[in-house]
Write a protein that binds this ligand. Structure first.
Ligand code: BGP
Length: 487
């Protein structure tokens, strides 16, 4: 047993371009799939399907409306103009690493250009420079729900094999431009989310395919993403030999509701369906049960000559994942359901829930770390963990978010047990949303995650001024003590 986090443990925070930058049409940026998401204040926050619903009509409406009022992801928290100040605040907390995504449509506005948009690259040059000043390592996500809308409209998104070439071209530009500063890369954010929100994750517009074919279309798009992932993994190893490139999974841990073998089997099935994407990116092949599923459902995935060899040869160096909550799995459909992070399950009577109904389970993080490490025997990286909550900015500029400190304290305690007692190799921990930003599933900023409060409401009104919350000072101490001082 070791008695603490290893020296050099990478403490930090995680952002996504489409949820924080704003600068929607600046610097030559093209529209992305995130710019289609409009805020639906009257839709229940647990109704992910409705919030994430995209139709050909809503795409046309988004193209016609170039404003930002109804499209919170078009304005984010204006990181595009505040990045110096924000990165200084991350530096003040002592961050070792900052996870960011590079917006594909800033670099290739339509997605299929041959030459990159220099102005888009210059923005990230500046971000990298500020990170270097603060001695913060970048961890870059290549694809985080923000593919160019042009690739959707012209090719049908990831359903088209053409998009693989565009993505590899995008990755090559980044590896060549930022290979010196960036030693940690991720391919696709939550690659498993393609079935939960196929448009955001892969540019699949459901109403453009016959309903009975939609699972085949999504598996085809997924295959193209997995091939692209192996191609950019190969490229990264060639161009930046000392870099590490990982996959990224939404860790959706399901517990059997009871010891009834049927519910144990149900939980096992749900967990296997959640992790098979990572199986492909780590073991380099589709698990047999997925191939059998394709046979049973008469799904035909076009696999080209050489694809399977690529998958096998170019697997990832580490496994990263997001963790917010856990679920129970019950065969009794009359039991109360729960929903979180666009997934659903049976409510666990032993757990409390957040203001958004996500069931809080710190021990589930320890369980998930052990499960993933035992399965993959690769270094792990927690690249998202956090609490979305209703914070109140006091007149004196303070925010007493002691509930968020409690959430993080309990999760870091369990993470520490996994590292110090359970033998898990963990590279780092980047909390989700170190600064308030736009939520992916509901386009709200009122669902606040940050250690830093941003004075802006769900309609974009506010000074956009930044305020340190109580949790800012707490996390600063955690990092300074390398995870020892959690009081
Ligand atoms: C994950 C995304 C993040 C972030 C997080 C929180 O799915 O990778 O981008 O959004 O969920 O979810 P939400 O923003 O919907 O509260």
């Amino acid at each position: 047993m070791i008695n603490g986090f290893p020296e050099g443990f990478l403490w930090g925070g995680a952002l996504a371009a489409n949820q924080c930058e704003g600068g929607y049409a600046e610097g030559g940026k093209g529209m992305s799939v995130a710019d289609v998401a409009y805020y639906k204040p009257d839709v229940d926050v647990t109704n992910f399907k409705k919030h994430n619903e995209v139709t050909s009509q809503s795409i046309q409406a988004a193209i016609a409306d170039q404003g930002v009022e109804n499209y919170p992801k078009r304005r984010g928290i204006d990181f595009y103009h505040h990045y110096k100040e924000d990165i200084e605040l991350f530096g003040e907390m002592g961050f070792k690493v900052l996870r960011i995504s590079i917006a594909w449509s800033r670099i290739f506005p339509n997605g299929d250009e041959i030459e990159p948009n220099e102005e888009g690259l210059r923005f990230y040059d500046n971000v990298m420079e500020e990170l270097a000043k603060q001695k913060i390592q970048p961890l870059v996500t290549l694809s985080h729900y923000e593919m160019p809308l042009g690739l959707v409209e012209k090719y049908g998104g990831w359903y088209s094999r053409e998009v693989i070439i565009c993505f590899v071209r995008f990755a090559r530009v980044l590896f060549e431009r930022y290979g010196r500063q960036v030693k940690y890369w991720l391919t696709f954010n939550e690659i498993d989310s393609i079935f939960r929100h196929p448009f955001t994750t892969a540019g699949i517009v459901m109403d453009r395919y016959p309903q009975e074919k939609i699972r085949e279309v999504i598996y085809q798009a997924l295959h193209h993403q997995l091939v692209a992932s192996s191609m950019v993994t190969k490229l990264c190893h060639e161009l930046i030999p000392d870099a590490k490139i990982g996959c990224m999974l939404t860790k959706l841990t399901y517990y059997p509701y009871s010891c009834n073998p049927e519910e144990v089997l149900l939980a096992q099935y749900k967990n296997r369906k959640n992790s098979f994407y990572t199986d492909v990116q780590v073991f380099g092949e589709y698990p047999r049960f997925i191939l059998q599923e394709w046979q049973h459902e008469k799904i035909t995935v076009q696999i080209e000559e050489g694809d399977l060899t690529l998958l096998k040869k170019h697997t990832v160096d580490f496994v990263s994942f997001s963790y917010y909550m856990s679920f129970a799995a019950s065969t009794d459909t009359t039991k109360e359901a729960t929903a979180g992070n666009t997934a659903t399950g049976t409510k666990n009577p032993y757990l409390e829930a957040s203001d958004w109904g996500w069931q809080i389970d710190p021990e589930g993080l320890r369980y998930s770390l052990i499960e993933l490490y035992d399965r993959y025997r690769l270094p792990l990286f927690i690249v998202e963990n956090g609490l979305g909550a209703k914070d109140v900015l006091n007149a004196d500029g303070t925010v007493e978010d002691d509930y968020r400190i409690e959430y993080f304290r309990r999760h870091i305690e369990e993470m520490k047990k996994a590292v110090c007692e359970d033998g898990v190799e963990l590279l780092g921990y980047t909390s989700w949303g170190p600064i308030d930003l736009i939520s992916a599933s509901t386009s709200q900023i009122s669902k606040r995650y940050g250690f830093i409060y941003v004075d802006c409401d769900d309609f974009g009104k506010g000074s956009f001024q930044r305020y340190r919350k109580n949790s800012f000072y707490w996390y600063q101490k955690v990092i300074a003590s390398n995870g020892e001082d959690l009081a």
